[in-house]
Design a protein around this ligand. Sequence first.
Ligand code: TXA
Ligand code: MG
Length: 369
Amino acid sequence: MITEAVRRLKNGDVVAFPTETVYGLGADATNNLAIQKIYAVKDRPSHHPLIVHLAAPMMLLANAKTTTDVLADAWLQIISPWVRDLPPAAMQLILAFWPGPLTLVLKKDKHVLDTITGGQSTVAIRSPSHPLAQELLAAFGEALVAPSANRFGKVSPTRAADVYAEFGNESEILVLDGGDCEFGIESTIVDLTASEGIRLLRPGMITPSSIYAKTGLHIDTFKSSEQETVSPRVSGSFKAHYAPNTPLQLYQTDKLNTSLNELDAQIAVQNHLRKLRIGLGVWESTANLPTVPSHIALSSVQLEIFTLPSDHLSFANSLYRTLRDLDLQNYDIILLPEPPAGEVWDGARDRLQRAAFGSGPSSANQASN
Ligand code: TXA
Ligand code: MG
């Protein structure tokens, strides 16, 4: 499979492969025509920049004993064709988190293709930790650009079957099957190009606190509403993204009964000929279980209740898979609890809010606003 994947990549074709976050749609990062195929397959607007995926140093993958200096030197050689001015903080982050789910935005080298960066002066890079991704990168011998392997604005894939489902018509796309993705949401993105400090562009499973704990570096976070104006080119910053076709609404756990009553009343006035089917997700931990509303008289909706993992790692890991599976249940509405406050939930909460905003049959239109 790897040999065939490499052959196709050399030929300028796209290949889907697993990473520890989500599946990516990879193409040769030095081949303009191959990169353009990604935009075409995804229906992605051409000014949305892509992440360059790099192989990790062999010594690291082989678990060979080495010094930090030697390792830093090895990373530098891998990165230097892509970036100029590597700030010391970038190397600290690389040594602490690579290979892994952290993407760095840095000033680009002049040879980096405009099709990757959308013509910007910066480039996003990361080295994924999934063994199959590393095997592919090593065998290919060149960097790969890889957006998530989904159509623009839709739910990202976290298993090979999702990629097939997404690109059914282009079934000639080769998909390397690496099982379920470990993290389940896209990498954390930080921008190191501003003089004022390091900024969080996309929350993920590597949080500002974990970065601070490991490196002592402070990461500036800012609200998504600000992000949209400051950084319109982070496509994940669209309010509508990661969206299922079934309308998705979020409720506050302590206000479930109120939300259900309101929804029931709204639907009642719409005069449907039947009760609407609501897929209602509740936290599985008994501590968080809402008073399941058996006593509530709902006249216009029928609830089908399922549980969601209440720890942040399992929740993120299964989030996209759950959204995809729920989309196949033909519910009229999906109702999910808002994740709790707290930084470890930021990534999942961010994705879920965008998914809710963009959900429904017309989500593709909203997403590309
Ligand atoms: O976990 C991930 O990062 C996955 C896997 C496949 O590696 N990839 C991924 O790619 O999420 P994509 O294309 O779905 O999202 C890439 C994000 C976009 O939001 C894009 O705008 C942002 O990275 N990005 C890329 N280059 C950038 C740049 N120079 N400045 C700011 N944002 C950039
Ligand atoms: Mg994506």
